[in-house]
Design a binder for this molecule. Structure first.
Ligand SMILES: [Zn+2]
Ligand SMILES: [Zn+2]
Length: 122
């Protein structure tokens, strides 16, 4: 993968999941090319644990600008976080359904899932 391919891979990652093979090539190029690594540093440096910190803002619609791009990028590049996002979305939806049917919104449930996830990734 050269720098031009790297840049189009970044675009692919912003808009969708390009597949594991592209992700591997992408990481390999980022490691071997300092100029791309510098340019796209924020995208590459984002860790899974940081992404989970953005989740609440993401679902509240408060994630904007660069943060939103970095978030989208990581979610697309990281199958684990994408899977996590899906299950989180399901939890949020169920929680909202529950809180309509009864009281109070089980924030503790979300916290517990987040904590479990953190324990897993450590
Ligand atoms: Zn490069
Ligand atoms: Zn991740």
């Amino acid at each position: 993968m050269n720098c031009v391919q790297f840049e189009s891979a970044i675009e692919a990652l912003r808009t969708g999941a390009p597949g594991a093979a592209v992700c591997d090539q992408f990481r390999a190029h980022a490691r071997s090319c300092p100029s791309c690594a510098t340019r796209f540093g924020p995208y590459l440096k984002t860790k899974c644990s940081e992404i989970t910190d953005f989740l609440c803002d993401y679902f509240d619609g408060n994630l904007q600008g660069d943060t939103r791009q970095v978030f989208d990028f990581h979610i697309n590049a990281c199958p684990e976080c994408r899977c996590y996002l899906d299950s989180y979305a399901l939890t949020v939806r169920r929680t909202r359904e529950l809180s309509v049917a009864s009281e109070p919104a089980p924030q503790r449930l979300i916290d517990a899932i987040l904590a479990a996830r953190r324990a897993q990734s450590n």
